[in-house]
Design a protein around this ligand. Structure first.
Ligand code: 13P
Length: 264
């Protein structure tokens, strides 16, 4: 049985004062949620603040990217080892905003995934198609290529590490991110099953254990119906993670009993 997981992605929002208030509301508001794993991925400068304020709570923290290189002359880049120094549990890898705005390729996302594993941090590997690609009937071929580039880059030692660290995948259709338009539960389920099958073709036990999150306009109103799908193990949440009440409702929707009853 996979424990549901909800990860907030704050993207480029926040400052020390606002974060402090949000961390306080989140730690108080989420402290009684036992049947869901919860994490927040903050901008790099606030990893220390997250470590300070979330240590000892039921909320883990993480980064939103890492370099594809181990170390060296890469001005402005942050390595996986550096985020590990702040006890990050997770690092988001291959987010579509990185792929589109910073031209990160499928191969560089795969390299970042491997760096993250080697630093002992759990990667949250994002895949997803644009609206134009979906309209052209290319959704599965785009997601398939993103996944295969990753899976082909993993030698068996990396696969074992990914299994041990509980590597996470996230289907985030680009057309659903920040638009208020989410994939229907059936559309999302179809892609999640496709992703799980691709993993299974390479490593069956890893596929069964891997959590695959859905991301793209998840909110308090739609979370329960999306999370009720059998291959959807929780959410990667942008906007709704910036409001403690909304985020709590999304986390509640991911808890197993509610999931089970929603599926009936
Ligand atoms: P929204 O929830 O704001 O659509 O963002 C989704 C996302 O990109 C999470 O990584």
């Amino acid at each position: 049985m996979r424990t549901p997981l909800v990860i907030g992605n704050w993207k480029m929002h926040g400052n020390l004062a606002r974060n402090r208030m949000l961390f306080t509301s989140l730690t108080l508001g989420l402290r009684d949620l036992q049947q869901v794993d919860i994490a927040i991925c903050v901008p790099f400068p606030y990893l220390g603040q997250a470590q300070l304020l979330l240590s000892g709570t039921n909320i883990a923290w993480g980064a939103q990217n890492v370099s594809q290189f181990e170390e060296g002359a890469f001005t402005g880049s942050i390595s996986a080892e550096m985020v590990a120094d702040f006890e990050c549990r997770f690092a988001i890898i291959g987010h579509s905003e990185r792929r589109a705005l910073s031209h990160e390729s499928d191969q560089s996302a795969a390299n970042r995934f491997v760096q993250t594993l080697h630093a002992g941090v759990t990667p949250v590997f994002c895949v997803g198609e644009t609206g134009a690609e979906r309209d052209a009937g290319l959704a599965k071929s785009v997601v398939g290529k993103q996944m295969r580039t990753l899976l082909d880059s993993l030698v068996s030692e990396n696969l074992a590490l990914a299994g041990r660290l509980g590597a996470v995948f996230s289907y985030e259709p680009v057309w659903a991110i920040g638009t208020g338009k989410h994939a229907s539960p059936a559309e999302a389920q179809e892609m999640h099953a496709f992703i799980r099958n691709l993993i299974a073709a390479r490593a069956p036990e890893f596929a069964t254990a891997s959590r695959i999150l859905y991301g793209g306009s998840v909110n308090a109103g739609n979370a329960a119906s999306i999370f009720a799908m059998p291959d959807i193990d929780g959410g990667l949440v942008g906007r709704s993670s910036l409001d403690a009440d909304s985020f709590r409702q999304v986390c509640e929707a991911a808890q197993q009993p509610m999931r089970a009853s929603a599926a009936l």
